[in-house]
Design a protein around this ligand. Sequence first.
Ligand SMILES: Cc1cc2nc3c(=O)[nH]c(=O)nc-3n(C[C@H](O)[C@H](O)[C@H](O)COP(=O)(O)OP(=O)(O)OC[C@H]3O[C@@H](n4cnc5c(N)ncnc54)[C@H](O)[C@@H]3O)c2cc1C
Length: 411
Amino acid sequence: MLSATNVGRAYKITSNSWEYTGDGHSLGYEAGAELIDMEFVQFHPTGMVWPPSVSGILVTEGVRGDGGILTNKEGRRFMFDFIPDNYKAQTADNEEEGWRYTQGDKNARRPPELLTRDHISRCIVREIKEGRGSPHGGVFLDISWIKKKLPNAEEYIKRKLPSMYHQFKQLADIDITKEPMEVGPTTHYIMGGVRVDPDTQMSRVVGLFAAGECAAGINGANRLGGNSLSDLLVFGKRAGEFAAKFAKENSHGKIDNNKIDMYAREALKPFENSSGENPYSVQRDLQEVMQQNVGIVRDEGEMRSALDHLKTFWERAARVGVTGNRDFNPGWHTALDLKNLLTVSEAITRAALERKESRGAQFREDYPEKDERFSKVNTLIRKGEDGGMEVLLEPLPEMPDYLKQIIEEMK
Ligand SMILES: Cc1cc2nc3c(=O)[nH]c(=O)nc-3n(C[C@H](O)[C@H](O)[C@H](O)COP(=O)(O)OP(=O)(O)OC[C@H]3O[C@@H](n4cnc5c(N)ncnc54)[C@H](O)[C@@H]3O)c2cc1C
């Protein structure tokens, strides 16, 4: 059963831990499973940008939920300038109403700082690109301003946001009760992953189940914050139950010792090649290319260039070398992770090229509108017979009648 994991380490700036190298996606793909909608990578709008050693670490949405505002270097609350038409009716059009919403006024509409993650990320990128960013390449997120509204603001911030208070104090020497934070988008979550049956969670490889972030389908083109907890509880339980049932009803497959020997030789190869490519250099160059060319705003030219780079990274990854022994050797782990990182990076890029439109977490500068022709398809990635990566557009399955009925009854 697959349950590991996110792909954030394919990018330079990420909220994800060092071990999030796309292993689950890649293992599924190698075993013959299909990956769907890999282009939908979610960039969380607020990661730390300074100091460099902590860049990407998540700054929770709670800061904005409790009254934090986004401003540019001119002090302007720029999110009020970019409210999409389809959200206008639900979004505050003045600062006073936005503040009341954060304080629990049910009659107030939410401030534009609480629009979707992809939209806010793009607005931040625009501010930075147009020269209105903060000194270290982000924008400002300010919760200290609420002292104008609350007499006990400092205590309120420490009580509501204790972990953020400590995070900034310890990592950046910033007191968020007194001064603004600097933040920018950070790679956070992937909506795409292994295609599974929604009831059993089995992939198209008989006996291979997937759940959690490496499985796809429940979030569509975007994900609302907090959804993963219910995803893991509901679909993790299903996957576990059906995998156990399958294991009871079937004997395990035949183990091919030749294959095991081959994988072991492959895994140990970097030790034979101690003067080969440095695995960290390949990983760093890959992260740079994915960040620049297949990031928040994409276009065909940049993504084609990313594919050319990926080709050379595959060649370099085949020549990596490490020294030392097998115990606790992070260089060796990085060398082994490269294949998975390259597989998911290629899948994201090929799927993003195929989806010639903007929707959810994917924004294409060359196709900035949603295109209804893509509403009824998934992008699908699988390993072709020649061993290369195939990408196609697959019609969405017909909704079962019982679900249609439930939807009708809810109307
Ligand atoms: C900073 C951050 C904050 C988040 N906050 C929220 C939130 O508030 N609410 C919410 O709903 N979601 C949140 N998410 C998303 C959510 O945490 C993830 O989507 C969810 O944990 C994914 O669960 P998973 O079981 O698929 O993978 P994981 O929780 O990542 O578990 C995968 C496990 O596999 C292990 N593993 C990795 N590679 C291998 C390997 N090769 N072999 C064996 N084991 C391996 C890992 O060590 C890990 O234990 C957050 C994510 C991040 C990064």
